[in-house]
Design a protein around this ligand. Structure first.
Ligand SMILES: Nc1ncnc2c1ncn2[C@@H]1O[C@H](COP(=O)(O)OP(=O)(O)O)[C@@H](O)[C@H]1O
Ligand SMILES: [Mg+2]
Length: 581
């Protein structure tokens, strides 16, 4: 049981929560006992009316005690359950944050969310609730069974046999529901992935009028979940009626035998009444135990899923004795780097490339050719399939991950901003930045004018993912964030390509500032950036087709770069002509 370590911190309370159920369970036997005494005392000619008088009081006292204990058990359970659930969520979150890009490529958001929101809670509350229920039931059943034997061992034997017969079908439950319960978890995840996507993509949904399309997909997902749900009921729902029937027959047999025992003076009337009451109390919970077992099975499976995820190790991890680097002194080198996202589908083939410190290297080439892949390998979003990437001669797989990533600031085409203020988002680059550093970053990112136009300045809230900012503003906030990180290596992946010409110009100024005095890997469509680069790398269908400066490549015969440059140049000229027109 993997969950034990999580309970251990709260073992006293958890133990107490279980122990409290002991009196709750055992106190039930007071009822048949009192009943027996009561009826027998009435029956024996009213000699012992004292008991009959205090019995109502006893009932109240017992009920009161039971209520107090039940409340206590519920409270303790909720407390321990919530603590364990938080502990699990904490570990899961910590673990998932460190998972590599590959994991998130392959797992849909709904599945990951389900692990947190549904599985952990199901696992913890389910586990504890059922622990509480079972411990109460077990103490309760054991004491009732003892009571039965005390009252009449002959009848008790019959009662226990019936009990065992009624419980037998439970042994098959796991087999019956396991596959469906798993499938329904995935169908639940599919539903939440669908609505997460629909709502975060609401602009696309609106602009393409995808309402009925998205709705149709949602209905299908719901229908599938419905089908599974019913299938589950078909398979497990039959248990309770069977048990109900067996128990009915059992009680009939007991009454039949009981009449015989009473008429032959083996049993008093009070004893018989007490026996029947105990038997009913013993059987009552068993009728619903089929459903309870379903729930237990579901929570056990949730526990398994959570711990499977917890046991998984990210593919990209720190080696023991990984090297810390303070800065890059000489160069970055890609040596014979090949890479595939999906097995046997190579995306990069034998990439060899040297980038000297302080150089700006521009990557150009066909879309889907592998430019983004080349630069993502440097931050170890993915690890190379073969070959190696070195910084100052050290394979980056031997460099401490945090230390490596600290040295690289990345600006993508679409940068993720977090809910909060502009300041919060900039500080993500370096939470200890001073006021001057922030101001400097704001200035270098060409944000100063925009920020001084805002009432709240840097403290302006930007909404989830920065929705309250324009594309160019978002981009500059991201650049300011990269600035403040002050990393020696800067990676720019089409940082201006989502922008219109006007905002591109100002973002480009910010980028030019960011590139100063650093080693830069830039994927850009902007000709001036490419032109001024120290090296231009043409990535074509996963291979480096050409490397050289602008002048070298443009003059080469049959150069891919030259033809790219010329087509882009003509479109640029056309664009600017159009704008002027
Ligand atoms: N996460 C991923 N999983 C699988 N294939 C991917 C992934 N990312 C990119 N690819 C594939 O790798 C190839 C190179 O992509 P990319 O490096 O993004 O190209 P570029 O940036 O030059 O447009 C493309 O064929 C793309 O479909
Ligand atoms: Mg790309």
């Amino acid at each position: 049981m993997d969950i034990i370590p999580y309970v251990r911190h709260y073992k006293i309370r958890a133990l107490f929560a279980v122990l409290v159920t002991l009196p709750i369970g055992m106190m039930d036997t007071a009822i048949p006992w009192a009943l027996k005494k009561y009826i027998d005392s009435l029956n024996s000619g009213m000699n012992d009316l004292k008991f009959a008088a205090i019995m109502p009081i006893l009932i109240i006292v017992f009920s009161l005690l039971q209520s107090v204990f039940t409340y206590l058990a519920t409270y303790l359970n909720a407390w321990v359950g919530a603590k364990i659930s938080n502990g699990l969520k904490y570990d899961l979150f910590k673990k998932l944050m460190r998972f590599d890009a590959d994991f998130f490529d392959k797992n849909v958001s709904g599945t990951i969310q389900a692990r947190f929101n549904i599985d952990v809670d199901t696992a913890c509350t389910g586990f504890l609730n059922h622990l509480k229920m079972f411990s109460t039931r077990i103490f309760n059943s054991l004491s009732l069974i003892v009571a039965l034997f005390v009252i009449s061992w002959q009848l008790a034997i019959v009662a226990v046999i019936v009990l065992l017969m009624a419980l037998y079908p439970l042994t098959t439950i796991r087999k019956r529901i396991a596959d469906i319960a798993n499938a329904s978890v995935y169908s639940g995840a599919a539903i939440s992935t669908h609505y997460l996507e629909t709502f975060s993509g609401n602009r696309v949904v609106t602009s393409y009028n995808l309402y009925s399309y998205q709705l149709k997909k949602f209905i299908d997902a719901l229908a599938y979940a419905f089908k599974l749900n019913l299938k589950m009921t078909q398979r497990s729902g039959i248990l309770s009626p069977i048990m109900h029937l067996v128990i009915g027959i059992g009680i009939a047999v007991i009454i039949w035998c009981g009449s015989y025992l009473i008429t032959h003076d083996y049993l008093t009337i009070g004893g018989f009444a007490a026996f029947v009451t105990s038997v009913i109390m013993l059987y009552q919970p068993i009728k619903s135990i089929g459903n309870d077992m379903n729930a237990v099975q579901i929570s056990v499976m949730a526990i398994e899923r959570v711990f499977t995820l917890l046991r998984e190790t990210p593919k990209i991890t720190n080696k023991t004795h990984a090297k810390q680097i303070s800065k890059i002194k000489k160069d970055i080198e890609y040596r014979d780097v090949s890479f595939e996202y999906i097995k046997d589908r190579p995306v990069l083939k034998n990439v060899n490339l040297k980038i000297n410190v302080g150089e700006t290297v521009a990557f150009v080439g066909n879309s889907g050719g592998g430019k983004t892949t080349v630069v993502s390998l440097l931050s170890r979003f993915y690890d190379v399939t073969s070959g190696k990437i070195m910084i100052d001669g050290t394979d980056i797989r031997n460099i401490d991950l945090d230390s490596l990533r600290d040295k690289i600031a990345i600006v993508f085409q679409d940068n993720f901003l977090f809910k909060g203020s502009i300041r919060d988002n900039i500080l993500l680059g370096n939470e200890n930045a001073t006021k001057e550093e922030i101001n400097q970053a704001v200035k270098s990112a060409c944000l100063d004018e925009f920020i001084s136009s805002l009432d709240k300045g840097l403290d302006t809230q930007i909404g989830e993912r920065g929705v309250l900012l324009s594309g160019g503003q978002k981009q500059r906030v991201a650049i300011a964030r990269a600035f403040i990180k002050n990393a020696p290596i800067v990676v720019l992946d089409e940082a201006t390509s989502a922008l219109d010409n006007k905002s591109e110009a100002v973002v480009q100024r910010a980028i030019d500032n960011l590139m100063k005095d650093r080693t830069v890997l830039v994927i850009a469509h902007r000709l001036s950036t490419v032109r001024n680069a120290d090296k231009i790398v043409v990535v074509n269908y996963g291979e480096i087709a050409e490397i050289g400066t602008h002048d070298e490549l443009i003059g080469k015969k049959d150069s891919i770069y030259a033809s790219l440059y010329n087509t882009q140049l003509t479109t640029k000229v056309q664009e600017s002509l159009l704008q002027k027109a």
